[in-house]
Design a protein around this ligand. Structure first.
Ligand code: FES
Length: 164
C-alpha cells in the first residue's frame, strides 16, 4: 500500500531549496535521508537554521526534536551563527576558481574571523558553503540571505563595512 506523504511548501522561493529537495528525493524521503538532507542544507546555505530544520522534519515526516537532536549532535553540522549578520562565502569549485579564497582572506584580514567564527561584538559571522547554486555568478556570497555575484574582495569589504 502506498502512503501519500505530506510535502510541505518550501520555506521561500530561494532556489537553494531545490538542492535540498533533490537530496531528499534521491533518498525517497525516507527517514535515513535525514543526515543527507541536513548536509545538503549546510552545503547550500552554509548553516542550519530553525526554518530549515522545521522544513526537513516536515518533509521527512520526522519529529522536530529528532532533527534538532541530530543537527546538534554531529559536530559537522553548523547551527545558525550568532552574529547579527551572516556572510556565507561559497567555496565550491566554480567560486574557488574565481577567487573565493581571496574573499575569505579579505574578511579574515579585516575582521579576524575564519569560516565558522563570529566577531567578538557579535556583528558578523563568516561561513562557507559548498555550492549556493549560483555558479554562473562566481564567486558568489550570500549576505543575510541576499545573493551577491561576481564579488571582489573590495566589493565585499565595502558592503560589510556599510552594515550596522
Ligand atoms: S560553486 Fe559557488 S555557486 Fe556553485
Amino acid at each position: 500500500m502506498s502512503v501519500t506523504r505530506h510535502k510541505p511548501p518550501t520555506p521561500s522561493s530561494d532556489k537553494r531549496w531545490n538542492l535540498v529537495n533533490a537530496a531528499m528525493r534521491r533518498n525517497g524521503y525516507a527517514d535515513h535521508a535525514l543526515i543527507e538532507a541536513l548536509h545538503s542544507v549546510q552545503e547550500a546555505f552554509g548553516y542550519l537554521d530553525e526554518t530549515a530544520l522545521v522544513y526537513v522534519a516536515e518533509s521527512l515526516d520526522l519529529p522536530l526534536s529528532k532533527v534538532f537532536g541530530v543537527a546538534t549532535f554531529y559536530h559537522l553540522f553548523m547551527l545558525k551563527p550568532k552574529g547579527r549578520h551572516a556572510c556565507v562565502v561559497c567555496t565550491g569549485t566554480a567560486c574557488y576558481i574565481k577567487g573565493a579564497g581571496g574573499l575569505i582572506e579579505g574578511i579574515e584580514g579585516r575582521y579576524g574571523i575564519q569560516p565558522g567564527e563570529t566577531t567578538e561584538d557579535n556583528a558578523l559571522s563568516l561561513l562557507s558553503a559548498r555550492c549556493v547554486g549560483a555558479c554562473g555568478l562566481a564567486p558568489a556570497v550570500v549576505l543575510d540571505g541576499d545573493m551577491l555575484g561576481k564579488q571582489t574582495s573590495e566589493d565585499l569589504l565595502a558592503r560589510l563595512g556599510g552594515l550596522d
